[in-house]
Design a protein around this ligand. Structure first.
Ligand code: UDX
Ligand code: ADP
Length: 468
């Protein structure tokens, strides 16, 4: 017997839950999907008439919301009733790295997952399939299972549950495409019937040979392993970018030469300011924690190095800016182009820009920050309020300011630092920018995207990652 799924509830309306459920709703018109979140403001934005106000920016998302919202896709704060009605529940809540206590700085904080599992245990009323969607340390399904099983004893009407792991491999900025055309769908579980129920949903648009089924733990570990491998490629190319600068080699040429080897491939070998986003660092930290837990010290140290290179790359960029600007940036004006961790998203979680801006401000620079999608509110969360106005701090402390376009940001600056590869930065009018900058003027392009020749012909000094 497998269960026919008519109602889905997704707990967590974030970067994973929102786009995933939107695509599911578009592909499965006969399934009612309720996305619930205990943050009323987030739900208000998901329901706003003006689709420009959706809480997350993701290309292609607006049109799906316009098509499905109110038909078979609903956003609400009514967690309890939607759990009661659901045949299948996705857990898509946040799982940040623990800030304190055992495993602080490494293990994932499972408070939100546990809270979601307890809510399901309390309100579930029939047989329900619970699907882990959030990025989780391996064996989290065990925790969820224990909480759900204990519900059978505590609550008289309680439901029975199957647990599946169905990790998300979507990359922000390309999420809708990744969901529409996944490389693979991974489903881990113990119950064949539950696996078939979820598989049948994906079969609406994904070919059967792309659906991989495994046991629960393999599925959970595969997610961490995939992200660790990707992050490792970024750290590898970033480490070589430094060697190129020192030796006179050119990383763009090295990249081409190695990327044409079909065993290596040309994806995920672009040097940059370091990887960001909500997954890579967290997943590697989880891996390191897990390896240490099982006494695999060498393995833990190996993966730890991927993170070390990432931290070093950010520090390295700050030091280069410092040296090129004659060893002092106190009171110098610097424009920051791009603040999100990558292009096509408004997400700034773990963005290298946060650390690099902090370092520049601590050295006394006055920053003018421009990003096409990141709001001033988000900058305030990431950088704190403008330090210039804090009288406690001495004059050597710098400041930051929000600007609404790159040309305004560049006015009166000594340097521009490009941190995110937004398309518009490829087409900047360097003639106009250069006339408004202070001289000698510098551009530090950490993503190798600017029109190098045009910027140079307008008298700007240029530093490009991996080329020096
Ligand atoms: C990642 C995984 O790709 C996805 O499968 C998983 O489910 C979640 O984590 P995401 O963090 O959204 O997705 O973005 P991704 O495109 O993987 O980029 C991560 C970081 O690596 C970004 O900061 C990006 O700028 C950086 N990166 C990526 C590089 O510096 N160079 C590259 O060549 C590729
Ligand atoms: P992700 O990138 O993993 O989607 P986000 O932080 O963008 O992470 O989204 C997670 C969402 O989960 C947040 O909007 C948060 O309010 C929601 N959430 C966390 N715990 C609960 C809960 N117990 N009930 C409902 N929603 C929750």
């Amino acid at each position: 017997m497998n269960f026919s799924i008519k109602k889905i509830c997704c707990i967590g309306a974030g970067y994973v839950g929102g786009p995933t459920m939107a695509v599911l709703a578009e592909k499965c018109e006969n399934i009612q999907i309720n996305v619930v979140d205990n943050n009323p403001e987030r739900i208000k934005f998901w329901n706003s008439d003006d689709l420009k106000n959706l809480p997350i920016y993701e290309p292609g998302l607006e049109s799906i919301i316009a098509k499905c919202r109110g038909k078979n896709l609903h956003f609400s704060t009514d967690v309890e009733n939607n759990i009661k009605d659901a045949d299948m529940i996705f857990i898509s809540v946040n799982t940040p790295t623990k800030k304190g206590g055992i495993g602080a700085g490494q293990a994932s904080d499972l408070t939100f997952v546990e809270a979601a599992a307890r809510l399901i245990a309390k309100h579930g009323q029939k047989h329900t399939i619970v699907v882990e969607k959030s990025t989780l340390p391996i064996r989290t399904a065990d925790t969820i299972k224990q909480i759900l099983t204990s519900a059978n004893q505590k609550y008289p009407n309680s439901a029975t549950f199957d647990i599946l792991s169905n990790p998300e491999f979507l990359a922000e900025g390309n999420a809708i495409n990744d969901l529409n055309n996944p490389d693979r769908i991974l489903i881990g579980g113990e119950s064949e019937d539950a696996i078939t129920s979820l598989k049948n949903i994906y079969l609406n648009w994904v070919h059967e040979n792309k659906i991989i089924t495994t046991n629960l733990w393999s599925s959970e570990l595969s997610k961490l392993a995939a992200n660790a491998f990707l992050a490792q490629r970024v750290s590898s190319i970033n480490s070589l970018s430094a060697l190129c600068e020192a030796s006179g080699a050119d990383i763009s040429e090295v990249k081409k030469a190695i990327g044409t080897d079909s065993r290596i491939g040309n994806k995920f070998i672009s040097p940059g300011p370091g990887f960001g986003g909500s997954c890579f660092k967290k997943d590697i930290l989880n891996l390191v924690y897990l390896c240490n837990f099982y006494g695999l010290r060498e393995v833990a140290e190996y993966w730890g190095k991927v993170l070390e290179i990432n931290t070093w790359q950010k520090q390295r960029i700050t030091e280069i800016i410092f040296q090129k600007l004659f060893g002092t940036i106190t009171c110098k004006n610097i424009a920051i182009f791009g603040f999100s961790f990558k292009s096509n998203t408004n997400d700034t979680r773990e963005s290298p820009a946060i650390e690099i801006c902090h370092q520049l401000i601590n050295e006394g620079a006055n920053l003018k920050i421009y990003d096409p999608r990141v709001s001033i509110k988000q900058l305030e969360k990431d950088l704190g309020l403008n330090t210039k106005h804090d009288k406690e701090l001495g004059p050597s402390n710098g400041s930051w300011k929000f600007t609404t376009d790159s040309y305004k940001a560049a006015e009166g600056t000594d340097a521009i630092v490009i941190l995110t590869e937004w398309e518009e930065f490829k087409h900047l009018d360097w003639k106009s920018i250069s006339t408004n900058m202070r001289s000698p003027s510098w551009v530090f392009d950490t993503r190798s995207i600017i029109n190098f020749k045009e910027a140079k012909s307008n008298g700007i000094n240029i530093w490009i990652m991996g080329r020096g």
